[in-house]
Design a protein around this ligand. Structure first.
Ligand code: NAP
Length: 271
């Protein structure tokens, strides 16, 4: 029940109306009987979000595109992982002091951990914002990264940061067989409305591989459908999304939510 003691949490982004974060966090608050509500705020400048956090005593916030980097200038403390990644996606307000975290890297590796990451060859397609956190997570788990990206400069920069090999996206065919154990698509290739496109050539996908796509619109991308047909283990984009939200929920409330339950709540629309 919302009353005069209800605590406020939110997401700041632009655009933000498509966000599924209110659905998972509000379902979590209800499920755990926490008197709190989570709203989405579309803002034009992050400084306005920071002012709101302080003046309205907003307890915590998710930060999404395009503010994950610019928010860092306004925080009182930032954890080491977020500094390494160069982006903050979570804020905790402790008595007016703002603490910044990044839960994306843990979220990216959580669904991969059961298959093992250490010493595995991990092909990461993309070098954009999401790829920064995914690459950091894989590197931290001692996976052997190969970065594949369309833009050479961006791809090489990310590869250099983690001592990884780099292959330009349009030169995969020339690079010979990539004996990957895990392939992760972090590009928007395959995202609605581009649903017939695929980020990695089907002919190089083999049944022993784990194929992960972080796109969640649609949930079953062409990459995942084709990989499934080949007999691969597949991981959809909702897995990373739910784990980053779950880690935020834990930072704010101290409670580790059940990811399977969160997925069901999102699919059922139970909020
Ligand atoms: P971003 O910073 O704009 O990066 C986009 C990446 O996709 C870049 O590597 C870009 O390559 C590549 N790309 C885009 N269009 C391409 C094309 N036509 N051909 C080849 N490469 C192309 O975006 P982002 O924030 O990283 O997000 C990327 C995707 O991840 C989006 O679909 C987003 O919804 C999803 N995402 C999911 C989660 C989750 O929790 N599941 C979290 C964050 C993001 P260049 O460098 O060559 O431009």
């Amino acid at each position: 029940m919302i009353d005069s003691n209800t605590q406020l949490y939110c997401v700041f982004g632009n655009p933000v109306r498509h966000s599924k974060s209110p659905a998972i966090h509000n379902a979590g608050f209800q499920h755990h009987h926490i008197n709190a509500v989570y709203l989405a705020f579309e803002i034009d400048e992050i400084s306005k979000g920071v002012a709101a956090l302080k003046s309205l005593n907003i307890q915590g916030a998710s930060i999404t595109i395009p503010f994950k980097e610019s928010i860092m200038d306004y925080l009182d403390w930032i954890d080491d992982d977020a500094i390494m990644i160069g982006a903050v996606n979570t804020i905790k307000n402790k008595n007016g002091k703002l603490f910044g975290y990044n839960t994306d890297h843990q979220a990216a590796i959580a669904p991969l951990k059961p298959f093992g990451i250490k010493d595995k060859k991990v092909c990461l397609i993309g070098a954009g914002g999401a790829a920064q956190a995914v690459a950091y997570g894989i590197h931290k788990e001692k996976g052997n990264l190969v970065i594949i990206n369309r833009d050479k400069v961006r791809g090489e920069k990310l590869a250099l940061k983690y001592d990884a090999d780099f292959i330009p996206l349009n030169e995969i065919d020339k690079s010979g067989v990539i004996k990957a154990d895990i392939i992760i698509n972090t590009t928007s290739i395959g995202m609605y409305p581009d649903i017939e496109n695929i980020a990695f050539p089907i002919q190089y996908i083999e049944s022993h591989m784990v194929i992960m796509d972080i796109i969640y619109n649609p949930l079953k991308t062409k990459l995942l459908s084709e990989a499934k047909i080949k007999g691969c283990t597949t991981i959809d984009g909702l897995s990373m999304f739910l784990h980053q939200g779950g880690a935020q929920f834990k930072l704010w409330t101290g409670i580790t939510p059940d990811i399977k339950w969160m997925r069901q709540a999102l699919i059922n629309g139970d909020t």
